[in-house]
Design a protein around this ligand. Structure first.
Ligand code: SF4
Length: 374
């Protein structure tokens, strides 16, 4: 019998999740960074033990797709050797930490994240989707990114501890931040927060030491594709990397890569020869969302991403192509929404996936003709 557990939610490397194309194995790079050697090793492992596709997640993690049951343990061992997975499954489960991806060596984000990682064994067991956010750069970047216990900066530059769902936070003395995050996590558990599941849904009044009156500073927008002080930001179409193309594209002088929560990677110090990655902020694919579709998702009856590549240049505004009415790739409305159903597509405008359509039963050719190709 194999020694992995398949769970339906919050997977990690030790608890892979089944999908239509095999197991999904999540990788949580420390401080959202992979060295060049780690990235090349990950690409090699994804090709050997997976189907060569690697997803980016909204928590700056990666998912190796298409892993067979027989190859899973070998993949985990390779990821441990690359120091991308903790050999202790419990420590790996607790290591849910999102950092501002543009951190610099020696800055507050790196310092606090390092302190928290050193205290990981002191954390209580938390509901699976909960996590920590260290957003201590000069201007907040992660205000809209998921996370329950947060270190942020106020408009005057002071670091604050903020419980997600509360408008304000408590000022922190330098060096106290990680211990305060751990303390807040224990408070959450001790006050029955686990039944609420997330900090934002836990209505208990905060303790005095965490109930501040200081608002976080206004956030900056996500890092856009193009030149960046650390190197180059590259958008990843649909958040999916091709391991073979990526391995070929990593030039010698790329020291490492940061994973952002915005389907973008940040190459340190040099341009990648960007195979399939986007450096032009005006590229129409940046306005398109498309889930993995068929055959990778068993809920889908249609292919999604080839159609999205064809349709995106023809659509003005936001395009969402969804394999089914669930709408995994985009939870909010898009200007043009195409939803798969029984092998054909339904079309709606200014709507979410699965909304009442204006046209039904369309083929890909019919859709392309509708938006302007012969
Ligand atoms: S929207 Fe439907 S088809 Fe697409 S990934 Fe989600 S469940 Fe699968």
């Amino acid at each position: 019998m194999s020694d992995f557990q398949v769970r339906g939610w919050c997977p990690d490397a030790w608890r892979p999740m089944a999908s239509g194309d095999g197991l999904l194995v999540r990788v949580k790079p420390r401080l959202a960074r992979l060295t060049r050697a780690q990235l090349l090793g990950l690409c090699d492992a994804a090709l050997a033990q997976g189907n060569g596709l690697i997803d980016l997640t909204s928590r700056s993690n990666l998912q190796v797709r298409g892993v067979g049951e027989a190859g899973w343990r070998k993949l985990v061992d390779r990821l441990i050797a690359l120091e991308l997975v903790d050999p202790d499954a419990e420590a790996e489960k607790r290591r849910n930490l999102l950092v501002a991806p543009d951190w610099q060596p020696g800055d507050d984000t790196q310092r606090i994240a390092g302190d928290l990682l050193a205290m990981i064994d002191a954390l209580p067991s938390l509901p699976g989707k909960m996590g920590f956010v260290i957003d201590a750069g000069p201007q907040p970047l992660l205000a809209n990114a998921p996370g329950d216990f947060r270190i942020e900066r106020d408009a005057g530059g002071q670091l604050i501890l903020r419980a997600d769902g509360r408008a304000n936070g408590a000022p922190m003395a330098t060096g106290d931040e990680a211990a305060a995050l751990v303390r807040l996590a224990h408070w959450f558990v001790e006050t029955g927060g686990a039944s609420a599941g997330r900090m934002a849904r836990h209505a208990a009044p905060l303790p005095d030491w965490a109930a501040g009156r200081v608002a976080p500073a206004a956030p900056a927008g996500p890092i856009a594709p193009g030149p960046h002080p650390l190197g180059t930001a590259l958008a990843v179409p649909f958040g999916q990397l091709d391991a073979a193309a990526l391995a070929d594209a990593i030039v010698e002088d790329v020291a490492g890569v940061r994973i952002t929560p915005w389907r973008t990677i940040l190459a340190e110090g040099a341009w990648l020869d960007a195979a399939g990655l986007i450096v032009d902020p005006a590229d129409p694919l940046l306005r398109a969302d498309a889930c993995v579709g068929a055959p990778a998702c068993p809920q889908a009856s249609v292919e999604t991403r080839t159609l999205a590549r064809q349709l995106a240049p023809l659509v003005s505004g936001r395009l969402h192509i969804s394999g089914c009415a669930k709408g995994c790739a985009r939870a909010v409305a898009a200007d043009v929404v195409v939803t798969g159903r029984e092998g054909r597509f339904d079309l709606a405008f200014d709507a979410r996936a699965g909304a009442p359509p204006t046209r039904t039963g369309l083929t890909p050719d019919a859709l392309l003709a509708l938006f302007g190709t012969d």
